[in-house]
Structures are given as C-alpha cells and as structure tokens.
Design a binder for this molecule. Sequence first.
Ligand code: CUO
Length: 682
Amino acid sequence: MFDRPAEPLFVLKGQRRDFQFDIPEEFVNTRFKKTQRKIQKQAGANILKIKKLDVLPDISFPKQLGRREQFSHFVPKHRQMTKQLVQMLMNSSDVESFLSTSAYCRDQINPFMYSYALAVAIQHRRDTMGLTLPHVPSFFPERFFDGSVFSKVRNEVFNAAAEDRDVIAIPRDFTASDLEPEHRVAYFREDIGVNLHHWNWHVYYPGVGGPEVVAKDRRGELFYYMHAQLLARYNFDRLSNNLARVQRLLNWRKPIEEGYFPKLNAIIATRVWQPRPANSVLKLSDISRDDMQLDFDILDLERWRDRIYAAISSGKVLAENNTYVPLDDYTGIDILGNMIERSDISINSNLYGDLHGLGHVAIALVHDPDHKHLEQAGVMGAVETAMRDPVFYRWHSFINDMFVAHKQTLQPYTEQELGFRNVQVVRADVETQYLDVLNEFSTFWEEDDFNVDRGLDFMGNGTVRVRITHLTHTPFRYLIQVNNAGPPRIGTVRIFMAPHFDERGIQLTLRDQRQHFIEMDKFQVRLQTGPNQIERLSRLSSVTIPRENTFRDPAQELNADAGEMCTCGWPQHMLVPRGKVKGLPADLFVMVSDGAGDQVRDPQGPPNTCTDAHSLCGIRNRMYPDRRPMGYPFDRLPRAGVTTLQEFLLPNMMVTPVVIRHTDGFAPAAPPTPTRFLRLQP
Ligand code: CUO
C-alpha cells in the first residue's frame, strides 16, 4: 500500500515488481479501468485479492485535499480529515475489510495524509500489531533527501541496467555553505534517522483519531519530554560546534533571523517546500487561507500563550465543564502537554487554543499567509520535515519554556525522594572500544546507503541507492560499581550527560545545566547484597533504536521471520553528540534509584514488542514503564542550598567528567573484532 505512493494500486508493486493487488473494479478510477483490465493478474506475480466492500465508505471530506497538495499535520482541516480516515481504518471489522478500506482509499486520498493515517491504524489495530511500519525515507524520498539527486536517479533508472546502477552520493553540505554559521549543525537537523524518529513519534502518539489512538498513558507528558530531549540534544551539538544555545522565539512580530533553504524537490507534491531567507522582511502575520479554511491572528496565539501562563502560575486550568483542575505534581504536566500541543484530549481547546500547532502553521506559511501567491507550506508544516529548519528549535524552545515554568512551581525533590537507602555508586566509567583511556567518547563520520526506488513512481524496477554521510560514534559500554549494604533489591540505573561549559566557556550552574542533560540510558538491575559490577553496552540504550531499523535493508523488511522493526526512537548513530576535535568536556551522571518506587504495574502484563526506545517512545499501547516523572531527577529545581551538580549528589549518584572527541573524517573500516574492549575491568 505504501509502495510507489502516487502510482495506482493495481500496477505491479514491490522491489522486483512481482507483487500485484487484484482490486475490485469499482475501486479503480474510471479513466484507468481499461489499463487495469489489461495488466490485471500478470503471470508470475504474487497476487493478493482484495475483497469488495458492501458499502463504499464516504471519503468526500478527506478527498478535498488534492492528491498533489502538501499535507500538514498541524493544519486543523487536515487534522480533521486525518481523524476521519484513521477512525474509518480503525473501525474496519477485520483484517480483510481493513485491507479493502485501505485499498479503496489508496488512490483517491492525498498520499502523504493516507500513509500517515494508515501507519497510525497499523500501529494501533490489534490485528496488525507486529507489522513493521513503512520506512518513510524509502517511500517518500522527496521529504528526506537532497532534491538534486532525483534527476541523476532518473538517469540511472532509465539508462543503466539494474545491476549496473551507480550509488548516488549526497554531499554532507547540500543545503548551505559554512558562511552560514547555523549550517554547522545541519547534519543534526537533516539527519535521516532524526527525522524518521520524529515522524514515527507522531505516528505512535497521534494528536487526532479518537480516544483509542490518542488517549494514551502520559502522552501529554511524553510530548513535553520527548521534545525537551530533542532540544537538549540539539543544544549539545550546537555547543560542540561553537554555537550558542537556541534562543526562544518570543517576539512573533519581528523577522525571523534564521533562514532556511530546504532544497527538497517535489516528486509527488507539485510544489517544492518554500525557503525562508535570513533576516528578511518576512515576519509572522495573521493567516487567512481559503484553501485550508483557516483564519487566525497572531493575537490569537498571544492570547492563548497568556492564558496558559496564567493557568501555570495559578496552578490550575479551567476545564470545559467550567471546573478548575489542579496542575499537580504528577498529572499537571500531562494536562499541559495535551493542552499546549492541542491534541484531541486537550482539556479546553476553546480557552487554551491550538498554540503549538498553529505556531508551526504560522511559521510554515510565513511566505504566503493569505494564499496570494498560491504557495504551500514550508518544512515546518510536516512532522517528517520540520526538524530540518533552525526555527523548529526556536519555536519548541518557547513551547518548552511553558513546561519548565510549570515544573518550577513544583516542590523540589527531597533527599528522601532522590536517595536509595544503603545503596552507593562507587564508580561509573565509560569504556570506548579500542581506546586505551577511560571516559572518552569518540565520534566521526560514516556513510550509509538508502534505497529510494520505492518512492519513485513510474520508474521501472530494481534498486537505486543514494549515499548519505552522517555522524556516528565508536561503540562503548558503561562500567558501574554499586555497593548494596541492604538486602537484594531492584535498582533503576539512570544515565544522563550534559555539557560542562556554556558557550562562553563558563561552567554551567545546576539550575541551567539540568535542562541540558540528555538521557543516555535507563535500565533495571538486580542488586545483590555487597558489591555489584554492572556492564551495559551502548547499543542497548533505552533511548535508541538499533542501527538497522534506520538503515533498513529492504530484503530484511520482507522477511516476516525477522520480526517487527520498530522505528520510533532516537537513531543509535546519533546517541553521542558530536563533541569537538580537541575534546568537549561533559558530565556523565549516573544514578541508581529504588526500583520498587519506579516499577509500573501494567494490567496487561509485561510488554514484548517495541521496547527498545522506551525512554522517548514509551511502549506501544502500554503504560509508560517508569513511575517517576519523565526527566527525573532533573525535571524540577534542585533542593534549597544546592547550586552545583556536586552538591546535588547523594550516595546513590555519581558524576564522572568525560570528554567527547570528534574526528572530522571517516573512521577506519570495520574493526577486526567488533566486540572486543581493551579493558575488561574498570
Ligand atoms: Cu513534534 Cu512540534 O511537535 O513537532
């Protein structure tokens, strides 16, 4: 269904064009019926028969978005269309009718909206659970790769035999030159895995689609935490590149300083993503777009902002039924997350509006707020492209600040809430493969290939690959020594890392630094009485998905025995910030908290799939697997009298100074013994 999205469904599909859907004639556009009859049931093809539907669903509303127009996850009308589609797909009574409904919609609905809605349904239906979601960079390459490669790709497809095709390399610096300081972190913003994660997160946690897909355990809180982590990671990479941390986008009536020229060409969509010149006269304006049935003013955004801040400072929000709901220590952040994002379960969207979503829209339409030029949105309009633009981080820093303001109203954690009686972290070290010093991370550049042919409609068969350059790091492991003077117990090991210095080279105070801790890993251990030696490999991080889930091999994708490849999660290759050639000093924080207080009793029992990246993605359709507030212990202000990280420490915590060293080149080819560590004992 996802394969070659703009090509009719009855055309041969699959990597080798050897798969065919046998579709009821009434599903096919009248103009194509003769063609369908001619090519139906090709000899040798694997054929899947699609059952007729007793009643054809009414899709007149979602069909209003043209097939070649841009779909935005943030435009309310598009969201309503998506909601209708998701509900229709969720309500199909069994797999067969789900397949038929999907097939019926496939060639009539905008492909970007369709694939998002279908992915949401696959992710949430009980009978499709376990299916691997589509790898969006392969199916929609126009949203991920430098647009200039597609003419070369076309040339390969038409002129070279499948086995003789070149791999087309995309330079690392395709969107700007080093004259633009912001370009130093383009590798982060334009990383395929980073953008893939963001698309998938919004598929796992859709804002619309009815309670069964939206109302998940702590989803509002995870909206806050996942995006806060994106910002902390981005700032870490900015400091690695001698850039100051992101400034919040506070004044919406001034031009936006940062420009961005995405260079993503259209293949399916008819319009390219509009660029935004730096410091231009462009500034956010009132939006009046007939094509989107959308009118709102910057004043609306300002009103919603002020109401939200007023609610935060009064510690309560006004629900639709006119009662006040307190923003307490544990549920307050969840209420705020849903309200500020503006999901279907926002507590009162009439009063608190659609601040985050319409901010995305106002920025995405800054070049044509009234549709005078018949232009479509910029990259801020879609979740799979928004993170490419520097302004994404400025907007989300503003949004994040509201959550921070709420957290500052809460009582700091007491020593009792932070401690773990009789448990002491004695040492915490990092050992990087092939390095003979401890506590040093090593990052470098690496190349990887992606298949893009399945996103190229009407272009023959066989593989076409593009090659990208991305950041990566040498595998490492944590070596942690813990003394347990009590009985055997479960502990949760929480590992964070933050830069040690700010952009001026001054040591960060804990008040500031706590917002820059990136989560590196979180896992439970059984602590025996006495000394415990804990070893943990970097590739097991609870923040990341395995490398192969980002750089997917299509052959593996077709192998049902390979199991589900979960795609929500920070990409493993971006686990460690870039660091500096001379080394970037950072603080590695390790804490062991009391597992008895952390564990969640999920009535559905222990989860078994898609648990890889639970810190940022939770566990599919289950309770978030950690009872503590997300970001604990740094989500609240430090207790009175504590100003430095050292003062914050209790016996169950440890800070280790580490260095992140970057090699501005490609590391040597695959090491001879990939699992070997030089030092077996710390
Ligand atoms: Cu993920 Cu603004 O929510 O992009």
